[in-house]
Design a binder for this molecule. Structure first.
Ligand code: AGP
Length: 613
């Protein structure tokens, strides 16, 4: 995800900004820039690629300024180019902004501002902020009021820092959903997306809360509420973390941080999708898939590897259920070496977090060569998959550092769900009312995940009981069978315990021979149409002395007497169940691996992106 830094005080801001951006490199980025006030104007320096490129642009010049902002960009809207890199200016070059987050209504705001004569230079959603502030500055408002007015028009998430040569002695910062921290020094302030860049200067910090704006100058700091404009009192915290913990925002591992980031990753993913009512009905902006193509589709292939393949298996349920289009799911490494039936009515979608997985790219290229339209669902802007596909659906999960995929997986499921809904809507199978109902159910998922995470100690307790076991079996049926596969993969890849995922109905065809008092069976038993079938599996395991950990729907009263442990998951519609059931399994794998002293973020023999066959 993007990173923001800022400084105002008596020191030279430029080295402080560059050092701060270096401390944010771990967040992943594809371009960077700084802006500062000097000699009456705003100087902006930005480049694509690594910070060393930015430093090369700045070194050798005797720039000196006491106020500035900086940014590392993880591209979400618009390619990683110098033009799209932050900071972004208004038409006059007097207002400059850095932003982390997603502006959902950026397209509408851009259209309106353009019609008022504003000229845009980038493809980013962020640039609308600088022009909105310019608009209200021109109307005679001071920088703080202009920012407040601008934020009142923005839908979506932001962490913002703004400076202007019209107010050279102050900086305005704001936050909604994207973190922003203010470091308090003596007659100086430091701003950053997290505490990491602040620690070398101060440990006394103020964490902005949602919908708060702060005005910083050398004399002090004031915080206001975005909606009311009223002043707010804020407490200063003394941070005790070291830099390593700070990079993980206080979590011991990136994987646990990323598990906890899933509610926001899911909100960002659906926020990054723009559906508009066009002349012929619902359109998915920037997807490059026409209504006629959708109506003419005869088959969809989903091709992927590993966890992304598990997401594809769930995507099959979503698309066939909502859009009634036949879906075939293939391991990319298999698809690329067989002879799939492909014609111009075929759509192939490569699902990949990294966008660089060799087998997935190979499968996409094969499909394209044989005449299929090719899309990708991907988490990395400008990765190979996004450059080679005819259209891209981005998951806005932010950089996923842990090798074991978590937030990217659940974000892929959100993208697949939205895509299935869109296809169903276009094909006239999902009514207006149903569409709104399905969207509303999706929007309840982040809070349901937060409810699950609130009870993670229950999962930790289970891990403390069973971390020394040698074999686990994960059972699911229907849409939770791929979740069983995913739970097994999470456990084996970070704890090195042998684990298998199986369809419950297959137990009597072999795996039941494995059951004894040493086998731990994790059974996914949501209250759905096959609940009783899964109950049968649970009973056959218990009859053979196996240990059963069951996940079931909150409110179920029956299962507890049948198994050894129950973890309750909030109710959701069947197609969204996999998102909620994946989270406890991610946590179970995490805590078992922690107890076993494994290298959770970089498990042995594994790479985050398998760029070779
Ligand atoms: C998942 O936890 C693993 N890291 C691995 O299976 C991964 O999902 C697979 O390599 C595919 O990666 P991709 O999504 O980047 O293509």
């Amino acid at each position: 995800m993007c990173g923001i830094v800022g400084y105002i005080g008596d020191r030279n801001a430029i080295p402080i900004l560059l050092e701060g951006l270096k401390r944010l490199e771990y967040r992943g980025y594809d371009s960077a820039g700084i802006a500062f006030y000097e000699n009456g104007g705003i100087v902006v320096k930005k480049t694509v690629g690594k910070l060393s490129n930015l430093e090369s642009k700045i070194n050798g010049h005797e720039y000196r300024s006491t106020i500035g902002i900086g940014h590392t960009r993880w591209a979400t809207h618009g390619r990683p180019t110098e033009t799209n890199a932050h900071p972004h200016c208004d038409c006059s070059g007097r207002v400059v902004v850095v932003h982390n987050g997603i502006i959902e209504n950026h397209a509408l705001l851009r259209d309106a501002l353009t019609s008022e004569g504003h000229v845009f230079s980038s493809q980013t959603d962020t640039e609308v902020v600088s022009h909105l502030i310019e608009k209200y500055l021109v109307e005679g408002k001071d920088l703080r009021d202009a920012v407040l007015r601008a934020l009142g028009e923005i839908k979506g998430t932001f962490a913002l820092a703004v400076i202007s040569n019209l107010s050279p002695d102050r900086m305005v910062v704001a936050r909604r959903s994207s973190p922003l921290v203010i470091g308090c020094g003596r007659g100086e302030y430091f701003v950053a997306s997290d505490v990491t860049p602040l620690l070398r200067y101060t440990r006394d910090v103020i964490f902005l809360d949602d919908n708060e704006v702060a005005v910083l100058d050398k004399k002090g700091l004031e915080v206001f509420d975005v909606e009311s404009g009223c002043r707010k009192q804020k407490s200063t915290y003394h941070v005790t973390w070291d830099a390593d913990l700070a990079e993980k925002n206080g979590y011991p591992h990136f994987m646990l941080k990323e598990i906890h980031e899933q509610p926001q990753a899911i909100r960002n993913t659906w926020s990054g999708i723009t559906l508009v009512n066009g002349k012929d009905g619902l359109e998915w902006r920037d997807l490059n898939l026409s209504r006629d193509e959708i109506l003419n589709l005869s088959r969809i292939y989903l091709v992927a590897c590993g966890t992304s393949w598990h997401a594809s298996l769930i995507g099959k349920f979503m698309i066939e259920s909502l859009a009634r289009i036949p879906v075939e799911v293939d391991l990319a490494s298999e698809f690329r070496y067989r002879s799939p039936l492909i014609d111009k009515r075929t759509l192939t979608i490569g699902i990949t977090q990294s966008g660089e997985t060799a087998d997935t790219l190979g499968a996409m290229r094969k499909a394209k060569a044989e005449g299929s339209k090719v899309l990708t669902i991907c988490n990395v802007v400008e990765s190979s998959a996004t450059r080679e596909a005819d259209g891209v659906i981005y998951t806005h999960a932010g950089p996923e550092i842990g090798v074991a995929s978590t937030k990217a997986f659940t974000s892929q499921l959100v993208a697949l769900y939205m895509f299935a809904l869109f296809l169903g809507r276009v094909r006239g199978l999902v009514s207006d009312i149903l569409f709104c109902k399905f969207i509303s159910e999706l929007k309840s998922i982040p809070e349901s995940i937060e409810r699950v995470i609130e009870r993670e100690s229950e999962i930790e307790n289970l891990a403390n009981l069973y971390w020394e076991r040698k074999n686990f079996l994960f059972l699911g049926r229907g849409v939770t069978y791929p979740v069983a596969l995913e739970g097994a993969l999470k456990l084996k890849e970070i704890s090195y315990i042998h684990a298998e995922g199986y369809a419950g109905g297959e137990m009597k065809h072999g795996p039941i021979a494995l059951i004894d008092e040493d086998m731990v069976v994790v059974a996914l038993v949501p209250r759905n149409s096959i609940y009783e079938k899964m109950l049968g599996n649970v009973e056959e395991v218990k009859a053979r002395e196996g240990t059963v950990i069951a996940l079931t729907t909150l409110g179920d009263r029956y299962l507890r007497s049948k198994v050894d442990h129950v973890f309750y998951v909030p109710k959701s519609n069947d197609l969204l169940t996999p998102i909620l059931y994946a989270v406890p399994l991610q946590l179970l794998a995490y805590y078992i691996a922690r107890n076993r002293g494994c290298d959770i973020d970089q498990p042995r023999n594994l790479a985050k992106s398998v760029t070779v066959e």
